[in-house]
Design a protein around this ligand. Structure first.
Ligand SMILES: NC(=O)c1ccc[n+]([C@@H]2O[C@H](COP(=O)([O-])OP(=O)(O)OC[C@H]3O[C@@H](n4cnc5c(N)ncnc54)[C@H](OP(=O)(O)O)[C@@H]3O)[C@@H](O)[C@H]2O)c1
Length: 316
């Protein structure tokens, strides 16, 4: 039975206090759950720096937020394409020059259900490259700043981690032989979770207790995720599903990531998200976490593969 220690309504933004003086970095915050998380944090006085791919959509998001909260609201964006590792390095450099504290880095951006195999400019399968390798590198480059702030890393995953092959296909990381829009997406979200749980282990082993790492998911939420990269059939299926009570608003979908970025007393080896029907919707709390997500030999091997793929070695 999922645990909602926050009462029958689960966690809601009503629990947030004043966030003035805090800075949150959110990847993919010009749309969907990331945009809603930015709204909630700004509403409580925080500073939000968005790391987004599209300049046009980012400018539109900043204008919308300034219209809602006033011109003085502290929201900005740094352009970053997670699918381009050189671009991630440039964006991280810009952040380190301009953002003195990071209370939480929320790894929210993703692409999903890409219909056919595509490779990033660095030669990686597009969903693994964008969702996992891009964030793996970004977190590594910003880690010292997060640690200096005693901040958090929040990984936004998906219940998809429990679908598909439920492990990492090390002999064919690019899915050259068996590419599948859903299974390949599922693996990319599992990889993100394994990164988080392995990072927890490495920080604990190094005696570094200052940085907390949390994993959550938005359940099933009405966002632009499928419209951005899914094919027509997937888009129609998700549209029909979104008319049912099994899909919630993007705003509710953002609550788990806001909670993981702000709430005290959470467990790190956990998966937070909606706890209602099938954990797609409902009160936000601690959900079910299946053990394949923290299969130690797989996590360790994935870490090595990810360091090779990104050309970045974490120092603890
Ligand atoms: N919606 C759901 O039901 C659902 C279910 C399970 C998990 N999730 C997870 O929830 C998170 C948020 O997704 P969402 O549903 O809110 O999707 P969304 O509305 O499509 O938003 C995705 C965001 O990611 C950004 N993005 C995509 N590719 C990028 C790249 N290469 N570099 C930088 N940013 C990039 C997009 O920015 P641009 O507009 O600039 O491209 C956009 O701001 C994702 O991690 C997703 O896997 C969602």
């Amino acid at each position: 039975m999922p645990d909602t220690v926050f009462g029958p309504e689960g966690w809601t933004p009503d629990r947030l206090g004043d966030l003035q003086g805090k800075t949150y970095l959110i990847t993919g915050a010009n749309a969907g759950a990331g945009f809603q998380a930015a709204r909630t944090l700004l509403n409580k006085g925080a500073k939000v720096v968005m790391l987004n791919r599209s300049t046009e959509r980012s400018q539109a998001a900043v204008s919308e937020l300034k219209d809602e909260f006033g011109a003085e609201v502290d929201v900005s964006f740094v352009r970053m394409d997670l699918s381009d590792l050189a671009g991630v390095r440039a964006a991280a450099e810009e952040v380190l020059k301009t953002v003195p504290r990071i209370d939480a880095l929320i790894c929210n951006a993703a692409i999903a259900q890409v219909p056919t195999q595509k490779l990033t400019v660095d030669g990686h399968e597009s969903m693994l490259g964008t969702n996992h390798y891009g964030h793996f590198l970004l977190c590594g480059l910003l880690f010292d700043r997060i640690e200096a702030t005693k901040g958090r890393i929040v990984v936004v995953s998906s219940l998809g981690y429990n679908m598909g092959i439920k492990t990492i296909q090390f002999d064919d990381m690019n899915w050259d032989k068996n590419y599948h829009q859903n299974r390949t997406y599922s693996q990319s979200k599992l990889a993100q979770m394994m990164f988080a749980y392995e990072l927890q282990d490495r920080l604990a082993a190094a005696g570094k207790t200052g940085v907390e790492v949390y994993v959550c998911h938005p359940g099933s939420s009405k966002t632009s995720l499928i419209a951005t990269s899914g094919n027509l059939a997937t888009r129609i299926m998700f549209f029909l599903m979104s008319l049912s009570p099994m899909v919630q608003s993007a705003e509710k979908g953002s609550w788990p990531e806001v909670m993981c970025a702000t709430e005290d007393g959470l467990e790190q080896r956990a998966l937070y998200g909606p706890t209602g029907r099938m954990e797609f919707v409902g009160p936000v709390g601690k959900g079910t976490l299946h053990a394949h997500a923290y299969d130690k030999p797989v996590m360790v091997r994935l870490w090595d593969v990810s360091e090779d793929a990104t050309g970045f070695t974490w120092q603890f």
